[in-house]
Ligand binder design. Sequence first.
Ligand code: NAG
Length: 326
Amino acid sequence: MDLRLSTGPRALLSLVILIIVKLPTVRMAYNIGTGIADTTGPIAEIVFMGYAKIDQKGAGLHLRTFARSYIIDDSEERFVFVSVESAMIGHDVRAMVIRKLQEKYGDLYSEKNVMISATHTHSSPGGYNLYMLFDLTTFGFIKQSFNALVNGIFVVRIFGIVLSNYGSHYTLPGKLFVGHGEVLDANINRSPMAYLNNPQFERDKYNYDVDKSMTQLQFIAANGHPMGVINWFAVHPTSMNNTNRLVSSDNVGYAAVLFEKYINKDTPIGKGDFVAAFASSNLGDVSPNTRGPKCEFSGDECSSSYTCPGKNEMCFASGLKTVKYF
Ligand SMILES: *[C@@H]1O[C@H](CO)[C@@H](O)[C@H](O)[C@H]1NC(C)=O
């Protein structure tokens, strides 16, 4: 209901009706659960999924990849959201996870209430999708990639394999809070010229050529203890470029690790109780490489066709070099 569209008594009446209708369903608390498990697959010899570059094979590890899971239960319905540090999630990974859940918990979990989302990192091993196009660069199915994902997602502590302080897949009474904000200087449009082909009236609706808004869902236990967050900000996890051969959860994975370290202090990465997912959203044409495309050696601006004419150098984009490793 948009009150700005109606005026006077009608608006007031609608508001009263809205309050009366809404009041009985207002809940003070949900039952919520959070968990994290390692999904790092084979780190050597397997082509990464993302850039679809056949010689971009794993040759080591930069940042481990994790699955982070959240249960929201309002005592009538249960919903599970899992964010996995992977390029994408195929139908078969999800089907296998749901099958394993059902073997253990019956019909509590199904395709109706389990959502699995991939962060879209471009630096993790491929070969798990069981679709020809997606598994082409790895020359077919890679069992280790598939199992690492399925087991990682399934073994997440809320599903009861490893007990957390909160105890198996059970949930704690808690509250959810949603925050919104704008983050400038963290993403750019990777095809600004293509964007200009959108009709003027449509472009006039937006301040920027990419979405700068950030949304964060916060999971807070009834005793005030922070249990986790899910953060959505539109950006491709492509700070690691297509020459990288170290398995990595990339920019959003690094953000997750830093946030978790901030709350969990000295607990080893991936073992703490506070779980921070930086999940994928409307990141389609959105790049983290905010310096924009530049010529490789001269540092000059690229031409309008993203080339460096007359010189033997490439045109590629990068971000600011401010990364601090821990
Ligand atoms: C990729 O990143 C590395 C490390 O920052 C850099 O040395 C290299 O020039 C980049 N190459 C491309 C093609 O983006």
